[in-house]
Write a protein that binds this ligand. Structure first.
Ligand SMILES: *Cc1c(COP(=O)(O)O)cnc(C)c1O
Length: 425
């Protein structure tokens, strides 16, 4: 039975058998006991599936990963300790030294550093492209050694909505997968696999957890990319893994190849597993995700319209606003709503923005975004402060940009708080 998304949020991933706990149990155990060495040996050889060490797999984590796979409509998923780990693992599962990535320039600051600086040190180069680039401009970014295309479905914090089909077409024309970070819309509002994306990543720290209680990440595979059809590009997936007794992920695991390799090889060696405790908290958050996203979007739609009319505000960016350059793209890919994040500029520039921020009473100044409580951030002086002005502009961030993460409180209370703080600015 293919349930609707709100039902999957509550029910998917864990189905207790007769007499088992109704609520997903936290399996707080690093290890698992077997009657014979041979049985455990089969697990190590990936001949049998089962648990032997929580760095690789844990039943609590697996249930939550299965729920996220169901929400995205993918074949398999894995949890990671953070969104950073999810994006790194997803890309490193495809690339090695000498390879190249085409990435949207409008992405989260941490991911921009990961791809532009840290992965470069590992010998993986990247070309950044404007997410609103034409098909021709996109085409020009590819190289013979390109192995992946990366973008965010709604960029943090610049809120550009990705034309997923355009990026998927470009990637597939060059025989490489499209990897998208779907953190901001969540699968409740956008399911990128339906538009040709191959791999989805998440910082579950944001809306999925939803309560700012647990850092985490997830990678989901659509199972749609044909690795063997592009075997020469992805030897890590299509030739024997000597570090794993010659396992051939694509041949031996079919649609499970990507997540099996990410688990058996990358998680084994790099070890950024999510703790089962955090997976339990994430699951509680997921149960109310559909409900919360509705309220985040309704509030943000009301508040963005209010801000857009206010003379103390110089500009407002929110994809659902009728004059947003992404309005049509958002309607196509996210017809039920986008996310609860709005960015805007306060009249009077950087200093007025600071006075505004300091005058807020309900909205809190935090680096976090996308949880139940309304919060604000000034990226140019915090999350993106490592970037120079040119890089900031390339990411779609101006020095006066305030990122407002609208929570699920009553919209009128949030507006009253913004109103009094704007008067102080
Ligand atoms: C926060 C965020 C990340 C990084 O996730 P962490 O859980 O903080 O490591 C990656 N991508 C996007 C879009 C984010 O908002």
């Amino acid at each position: 039975m293919d349930y609707k998304i709100a039902t999957k949020c509550v029910q998917a991933g864990y189905t207790p058998k007769n007499g088992e706990p109704r609520i997903l149990p936290i399996v707080q155990s690093t290890t698992y006991k077997y009657d014979s060495s041979e049985e455990m040996g089969d697990l190590f050889d990936l001949k049998a599936s089962g648990y032997f060490y929580t760095r690789l797999q844990n039943p609590t984590n697996d249930a939550v990963a299965a729920k996220i796979a169901a929400l995205e409509g993918g074949v398999a998923a894995m949890l990671t300790s953070s969104g950073q780990a999810a994006n790194f693992y997803a890309l490193f599962n495809l690339c090695s030294a000498g390879d190249h990535i085409v990435a949207s320039s409008a992405i989260y600051g941490g991911t921009f550093n990961l791809i532009g600086v840290t992965m470069k040190k590992m010998g993986i180069e990247a070309t950044f492209v404007n997410p609103r680039a034409s098909a021709e401009e996109l085409e020009a970014a590819f190289q013979p050694n390109t192995r992946a295309v990366f973008a965010e479905t709604i960029s943090n914090p610049s809120l550009v909505v990705l034309d997923i089909e355009k990026f998927a077409r470009a990637a597939h024309k060059h025989g490489v997968p499209l990897v998208v970070d779907n953190t901001f819309p969540t699968p409740v509002n956008c399911r990128p696999f339906e538009f040709g994306a191959d791999i989805v990543t998440h910082s579950t720290t944001k809306y999925m957890d939803g309560h700012a209680s647990a850092v985490g990440g997830a990678i989901v595979d659509s199972g749609n990319f044909d690795w063997m059809a592009h075997a020469d590009k992805f030897p890590g997936l299509t030739t024997p893994d000597e570090s794993y007794h010659g396992v051939n992920y694509a041949k031996d695991f079919g649609k499970g190849a990507f997540i099996t390799k990410a688990t058996a090889q990358i998680m084994r060696d790099l070890g950024s597993i999510q703790s089962p405790q955090n997976a339990f908290l994430l699951n509680l958050g997921l149960e109310t995700l559909a409900l919360r996203m509705k309220q985040h979007c309704a509030n943000a739609e009301k508040i963005s319209a209010w801000l857009a009319k206010d003379p103390r505000v110089t500009w407002v960016s929110y994809p659902a606003l009728p004059d947003s350059p992404d309005h049509e793209v958002a309607k196509k890919y996210m017809p039920n709503g986008t996310c609860g994040v709005i960015s805007f500029g306060v009249k009077g520039g950087r200093e007025a923005a600071t006075r505004f921020m300091d005058s807020l009473k309900l909205a809190a100044i935090v680096t976090h975004v996308a949880d139940a409580r309304t919060c604000v951030l000034h990226p140019a002086s915090t999350t993106h402060r490592q970037m120079n002005d040119e890089q900031l502009v390339a990411c779609g961030i101006s020095a006066d940009l305030i990122r407002l993460s609208v929570g699920i409180e009553d919209a009128d209370d949030i507006i009253a708080d913004l109103d009094q703080a704007l008067s102080q600015a």
